[in-house]
Design a protein around this ligand. Structure first.
Ligand code: FAD
Length: 371
């Protein structure tokens, strides 16, 4: 479908939608041979960067860091890898983005060390791992140090957003209950990228019943006087149960320290569970003794966020809907930042194949997609 000018809508302005818009723009601009002479992008969303404490808008509620959850280099892990490579560039070239290359300590229960070690497929990507001396760890655990990324989610999403504005992307704050209502308001649109996160469950024309929330709960702390030298993640289900873990994330650029570790599937309750607060604080101080004692932590805010999860994993697919392309990029759950560039590139690649956009992803990144 070669055309001189193509209008595209990105529905959703969380990290998935914002990254998709960037990905579209960058492939368009690196491809002077494109059949498309002009690409007009409009972001339509109920919530936009700057909105915080809206549980249905997950992106500002994230920790956030890069730590792939994938046990091997599967499709999702490839998305994570693409994002890792892109974040290397962003952290180096744009420190104001709120993305920072930062040391990470992963701590595990020592009951299943061999399996956990085998699953660290990203050790080389991160530049190698080093075993942590036992005396620096909670009893009954083992751990490794490596270097990945810390994000200040609010700063990062605003940075993505501002740079899109600078490049001519339009924004409309509006909520739609059906894809067809959106298309009837924008009849000249060739394609809609559906980046609605949890919204995909109820959005007419999509109504994906596999989408569900995974509730998270965090505490924002003041920064300690001596800055933390690393981030920490401790997973040990045999001790903490299946729905809890522990993390300490010192966010860059004045983002404070985020502690937490709650993952409750299918829990739509937006309230903060006070009974978890002591456990979150105690584990954080055990993990990062430099925080001091639990009673000395200065709490700035309690947060609840609903991760947009999906049974079977995220949906990155293209379909035709009433003569338009509908490209889905949602359902990323707890890895929206660390998978963002990979999923966006994949979604854009699916669209590009249809419209003759000569993308150069194989040259930009070391990963290609199967679809
Ligand atoms: P969202 O940010 O929820 O955005 C959805 C967008 O769609 C919004 O703009 C919304 O207004 C719009 N929308 C929805 N429906 C409609 C509609 N009908 N009409 C118009 N607009 C609509 N990820 C990491 O990678 N690393 C981490 O360390 C990490 N930590 C986390 C910690 C917590 C406590 C939580 C809660 C999440 C964490 N995440 C982390 C996950 C990450 O935050 C999410 O994966 C990510 O924010 C999902 O982004 P999204 O753009 O898909 O969805």
């Amino acid at each position: 479908m070669p055309a001189d000018s193509v209008n595209v809508i990105v529905l959703g302005a969380g990290v998935s939608g914002l990254t998709t818009a960037h990905s579209l723009l960058s492939h368009y601009s690196v491809s002077p041979q494109n059949a498309i002479k002009k690409l007009n992008i409009t972001i339509v969303a109920k919530h936009l960067p700057g909105d915080i404490n809206q549980t249905e808008y997950c992106s500002p509620q994230a920790g956030a860091n890069w730590r792939s959850f994938q046990p091997e280099l599967n499709q999702h892990a490839k998305w994570d890898k693409v994002a890792f490579e892109r974040f290397l560039e962003i952290a180096r070239e744009s420190p104001e983005s709120g993305v920072k290359r930062f040391p990470m300590r992963l701590v595990f229960g020592d009951d299943d060390e061999r399996r956990q070690r085998d699953q660290l497929w990203f050790a080389d990507l991160a530049g190698g791992i080093v075993d942590v001396p036992k005396h620096e760890l909670p009893e009954g655990t083992w751990g490794v140090d490596m270097v990945t990324f810390m994000f200040n989610p609010v700063v990062y999403c605003n940075w993505l957003y501002a740079s899109l504005m600078k490049r001519g992307v339009k924004v409309i704050r509006r909520s739609y209950d059906h894809i067809d209502s959106l298309l009837s308001d924008f009849p000249d649109t060739a394609a809609v990228f559906n980046c609605t996160g949890l919204g995909a469950r109820h959005l007419g024309g999509v109504e994906d019943g596999k989408v569900h929330p995974t509730k998270g709960q965090t505490i924002l702390l003041s920064e300690p006087k001596v800055p933390l030298e690393r981030m920490y993640i401790w997973t040990q289900p045999s001790v903490m149960g299946p729905n809890e873990f522990s993390h300490v994330f010192p966010r860059p650029l004045g983002g404070g320290v985020i502690i937490g570790g709650v993952a409750l599937h299918n829990d739509w309750d937006e309230s903060f569970d006070v009974s978890r607060v002591d456990r979150i604080k105690q584990r954080a101080c055990q993990l990062a003794p430099e925080l001091g004692k639990p009673e000395d932590l200065q709490i700035v805010r309690h947060n609840v966020g609903l991760r947009p999860s999906r049974d079977g994993g995220p949906r990155v697919e293209i379909e035709e809907h009433n003569g338009k392309f509908l490209i889905h990029n949602y359902g990323v759950g707890g890895s929206g930042y660390q998978s963002s560039w990979g999923m966006a590139e994949h979604a854009v690649a699916l669209f590009a194949q249809k419209v003759g956009l000569s993308i150069q992803q194989a040259k930009l990144y070391s990963v290609t997609y199967n679809d």
